[in-house]
Design a protein around this ligand. Structure first.
Ligand SMILES: CC(C)(COP(=O)(O)OP(=O)(O)OC[C@H]1O[C@@H](n2cnc3c(N)ncnc32)[C@H](O)[C@@H]1OP(=O)(O)O)[C@@H](O)C(=O)NCCC(=O)NCCS
Length: 154
């Protein structure tokens, strides 16, 4: 893990981010959207890098001032279970907290056991189900993690 560096994503990283996106999701984001987030998610678009290789990435967006939304996170298939996703998520959470977010939330496919376990390990709880979120009969859990035990949710 020591040689893995987390930093802000740049335009030069986009091709490798897109490769990871394509191998990680059934319906990957198009390259154009991954590029647009460089402007939309300023300071909340991170990559994990080892030498010249991008091992994983995450995108966050702040909503309504106090909500941190994990738009996407993925680790290259060959690099999973090395702590890459955890490093990305921890730094994204700290960036959200720094800009005033009270909690972080995300949607995850109810069948994506790997990701659900990953989020549970990071202290997220399932708070509701969004039916047909990914298409007909493809439901999502909303998982949420407060930064403080006194946080209330709308
Ligand atoms: C979810 C994902 C980002 C995790 O990335 P990662 O770099 O492998 O995560 P880490 O190595 O930091 O894992 C941390 C912990 O999460 C849990 N976890 C991660 N992957 C898991 C799996 N496949 N099965 C069970 N638990 C898992 C484990 O507790 C793990 O700790 P351990 O390895 O010490 O047991 C990765 O599996 C991925 O890219 N999946 C495809 C894309 C995706 O589904 N993204 C989430 C969309 S909502």
């Amino acid at each position: 893990m020591s040689s893995i560096i987390i930093s802000d994503a740049t335009a030069q990283d986009l091709q490798q981010i897109y490769e990871i996106e394509e191998e990680s999701f059934e319906n990957p984001y198009p390259l154009s959207l991954l590029r647009a987030y460089l402007f939309l998610a300023d300071g909340l678009y991170l990559v994990a890098r080892e030498d010249q290789h991008i091992l994983g990435y995450t995108i966050g967006m702040r909503q309504f001032q106090t909500r941190g939304h994990v738009v996407s996170i993925a680790t290259r298939g060959t690099q999973r279970r090395r702590g890459v996703g955890s490093s990305l998520l921890k730094i994204l959470e700290s960036r959200f907290e720094k800009i005033g977010c009270k909690y972080v939330y995300l949607e995850v496919n109810v069948k994506n056991r790997d990701a659900i376990n990953f989020y549970l390990k990071h202290g997220y709880s399932i708070v509701r189900t969004r039916k047909n979120y990914y298409g007909r009969d493809k439901h999502a859990f909303v998982m949420l993690k407060p930064f403080s035990s006194s946080t209330s949710f709308e």
